[in-house]
Design a protein around this ligand. Structure first.
Ligand SMILES: [Zn+2]
Length: 231
């Protein structure tokens, strides 16, 4: 009986903490979900040159920074990893990726320990959050905060009022219309005039994040947008 219990316990543990890297399939030691080799080498690094880091993503002048960890790989491993963070309950993986993003923001001097910068994860509609259990952008922000010492904006500061349709497959124009006034600034005083960096998982046209940035900018300085992937 005892043997059976310990076997079940091991199976449950393996289920909760996968022991195999999601990308290469190698056995993990003290890592979770991704091995450190894949974390460093599996995905294509995104360049970071101010606010015009990539063609196709048009940023307004007042956005000083758009930085991402990696280039999005449609149909590839990164897409799968981000999908798992969002839909398979791998919140801890979101934090791990966030830490990597935090290191990059630190290297590029967008965040240092003596800066008073607030991280604002793109809010999720309450109904979505209930269903998913967490906001993946907030998990990424947690990781960024972990390694940079930045604070995360109070969840009540900005809320998402519109449950937007999924953006995939829509043209840039339709996307912009789709997210029109999706957010509401509920407690602007929670930003205390500190500069904000918006955190998200993927930036595609930037429509969602720019709408959020435009709203927050009326009350405090928005430095820019940092994401795990840039599509
Ligand atoms: Zn691996």
């Amino acid at each position: 009986m005892r043997k059976f219990i310990s076997m079940v316990a091991r199976d449950v543990r393996e289920l909760l903490y996968p022991v195999i890297c999601l990308v290469c399939g190698d056995r993990l030691r003290d890592e979770t979900h991704l091995c450190s080799f894949c974390l460093d080498h599996a995905f294509e690094p995104a360049n970071s040159e101010g606010n015009d880091a990539c063609e196709g993503l048009i940023m307004p002048e007042w956005i000083r920074m758009q930085d991402s960890l990696w280039e999005f790989d449609k149909g590839g491993f990164l897409q799968d990893v981000l999908h798992q963070v969002k839909y398979s309950g791998l919140a801890a993986l979101g934090v791990t990726l966030g830490r990597q993003l935090g290191y990059k923001l630190r290297r590029n001097r967008w965040l240092t320990a003596d800066m008073k910068t607030v991280l604002l994860p793109v809010p999720l509609h309450p109904a979505r959050k209930r269903k998913r259990g967490y906001n993946q952008s907030a998990k990424i922000a947690e990781g960024v905060a972990d390694v940079t010492g930045s604070v995360i904006a109070d969840e009540k500061a900005v809320i998402r009022v519109k449950k937007t349709r999924t953006q995939t497959g829509l043209s840039a124009r339709v996307r912009r219309a789709n997210i029109d006034s999706a957010f509401r600034l509920q407690h602007k005083e929670l930003f205390r005039d500190e500069p904000v960096i918006i955190i998200d998982d993927v930036i595609t046209t930037g429509a969602t994040t720019l709408e959020l940035a435009g709203l927050v900018r009326k009350h405090t300085d928005v430095i820019g947008i940092a994401t795990i992937a840039r599509a």
